[in-house]
Design a protein around this ligand. Structure first.
Ligand code: URA
Length: 239
């Protein structure tokens, strides 16, 4: 009882640190772990955006998309950051408060940790490209719903088709599950390479812990470093 109270206090402190401005009602991963996940496998809802030819067109399409309600409660459409010519694409979950303010992915506290992790293997925003599954901040940083993920996944798929990266890094559970279309947690998915398949594309994909999770569970930092070394080996030796 006391333990779970302490954990709730820790969670709240952490959310405040991350810039949360409203009370988060749903617990982390609550919606995503609902049994309806299986019925809502993301690939069923594939929306072909092949008429969109380049990133400028895709950005303007996303900015003008008005079917996702998250757009109504957020300030910015967070499209991407970094170098789109890079062969390494990182995919996160959704913008938080700072990202919503600045209009760029991973610029808040967890972004700073992500930058540090990437620096370890000489990756910066000049030599990698970063997007999110959801381009709009969910209110109170709640998890995106399955419906919201299904609405936004076609943007991500077209983004990948246009950029054609050699490597995908899936940052956190939501990115990993949605991109790999697997109903497994990040703890099961991380630690090895998977293959992202879409039409003619087959891209090695590495799920890693989300930095926000690492800020709460620093003991898992050593696991993320293991994963980052796997990434480095793939970059250096194509292993
Ligand atoms: N978390 C994410 O997954 N993406 C961001 O852009 C910021 C925090």
């Amino acid at each position: 009882m006391i333990k779970s109270f302490e954990k709730n206090i820790d969670d709240l402190k952490f959310q405040i640190e991350l810039g949360v401005t409203e009370t988060i009602k749903s617990k982390i991963n609550e919606d995503f772990n609902k049994p309806d996940f299986e019925e809502n496998r993301f690939t069923n809802d594939y929306n072909d955006l092949s008429e969109i030819k380049n990133l400028e067109e895709l950005k303007s399409y996303v900015e003008n998309y008005d079917k996702c309600e998250l757009k109504n409660t957020s300030r910015s459409t967070v499209f991407s950051d970094g170098n789109s010519k890079s062969k390494i694409m990182l995919i996160g979950e959704a913008p938080g408060n700072q990202e919503d303010i600045e209009g760029k992915p991973f610029v808040g506290k967890s972004g700073k940790l992500l930058d540090k992790i990437l620096e370890f293997i000489n990756l910066t925003r000049k030599n990698c490209y970063i997007i999110n599954i959801i381009p709009w901040r969910p209110p109170g940083n709640r998890n995106p719903t399955t419906k919201e993920i299904k609405q936004c996944l076609p943007f991500v798929k077209r983004h990948i088709q246009i950029v054609k990266p050699d490597i995908l890094v899936l940052v956190g559970s939501i990115a990993a599950k949605s991109i790999l279309d697997k109903d497994l947690g990040i703890t099961k998915l991380r630690g090895e390479w998977h293959t992202y398949k879409d039409k003619k594309l087959e891209i090695p994909a590495l799920p890693i812990f989300h930095p926000a999770y690492l800020l709460r569970r620093p003991t898992n930092k050593s696991l993320v470093m293991k994963d980052i070394l796997l990434l480095n080996r793939k970059i250096q030796y194509k292993e």
